[in-house]
Design a protein around this ligand. Structure first.
Ligand SMILES: [Zn+2]
Ligand SMILES: [Zn+2]
Length: 269
């Protein structure tokens, strides 16, 4: 437990020093999570080098390692300093081919890793590039429907931080173990896109307590009434904040900043 905190603080400190903004923190209240010490498997740069076969789950078009969302690269760190690292979010054909042939070259990255902090000045950090095929699978920012020119803009504007903001609540649900496995494996591939659209349609507001989470987007979850592939309609989803979800599932974790935000902005009844 002490070790995890230590690693996190070190990473946090490094980010602060670089002037990077960090809105989310690795502070899980789930005791099982601490017991497993999963995060301590990752190094200070939020990277885990995989040496043998591991289980990577593929839920809603995204890669998860032990319920943590992970981004994958293949031995790109042996590349020259100025070359970009190609990052996979999903199970695209290139990722699958690489995974079959060179599992031992696989690196997993936490979305909070230093390499995704855009304003890092340190020369030692390599620039990353999102895999276009993966982005098409999850249909980030409606990239599949975009015209050629705007597709390039979407690719350039992609930020791991924004992507993670939408998915972090789902990661909390996974860690709290509130979903059945058949629900998880049947989630549509564009689940990240569904999160983007529905939360915007719900105006970032919890339908139970009416808190507006725009100031801390990681606090809004969506609940699916029916699984409808390729049909994103807000009437098929409920929005619920982490605090209201915790009333139903006590295993859901809330960190100190999140609790403070809820105290401050939750409408009084
Ligand atoms: Zn890919
Ligand atoms: Zn609420």
């Amino acid at each position: 437990m002490v070790k995890i905190k230590y690693n996190f603080n070190k990473m946090n400190g490094a980010l602060k020093e670089a002037g990077a903004e960090l809105n989310f923190k690795y502070k899980f209240n789930n005791p099982n999570f601490y017991k497993n010490s999963i995060i301590s498997q990752f190094n200070e740069d939020g990277m885990l080098t995989v040496n043998n076969e591991i289980e990577i789950n593929f839920f809603g078009g995204l890669n998860f390692y032990k319920n943590l969302i992970v981004l994958a690269s293949f031995n790109e760190f042996k590349k020259k300093k100025n070359e970009e690292i190609l990052i996979h979010f999903s199970k695209c054909e290139d990722y699958e081919l690489n995974y079959e042939k060179k599992t031992h070259e696989l690196n997993l990255h936490l979305p909070t890793s230093n390499i995704f902090q855009d304003d890092i000045k340190n020369k030692n950090f390599q620039k990353h590039k999102p895999c276009e095929k993966c982005l098409k699978i999850i249909n980030w920012n409606n990239i599949n429907k975009a015209e050629d020119w705007s597709r390039r803009v979407i690719l350039e504007q992609f930020s791991v931080k924004n992507f993670y903001e939408h998915i972090l609540p789902f990661q909390k649900e996974l860690i709290a173990n509130i979903h059945k496995n058949d629900f998880l494996v049947n989630l549509p591939l564009n689940f990240a896109r569904i999160n983007e659209v529905i939360k915007a349609q719900k105006k970032w507001t919890c339908e139970v307590c009416k808190i507006n989470t725009s100031g801390m987007k990681q606090l809004l979850h969506i609940e699916i009434k029916n699984i409808l592939k390729d049909n994103i309609n807000s009437s098929n989803y409920n929005s619920i904040c982490t605090s209201c979800l915790k009333h139903r599932h006590n295993e859901i974790s809330l960190n100190k900043n999140e609790i403070e935000f809820i105290k401050q902005f939750k409408p009084k009844t």
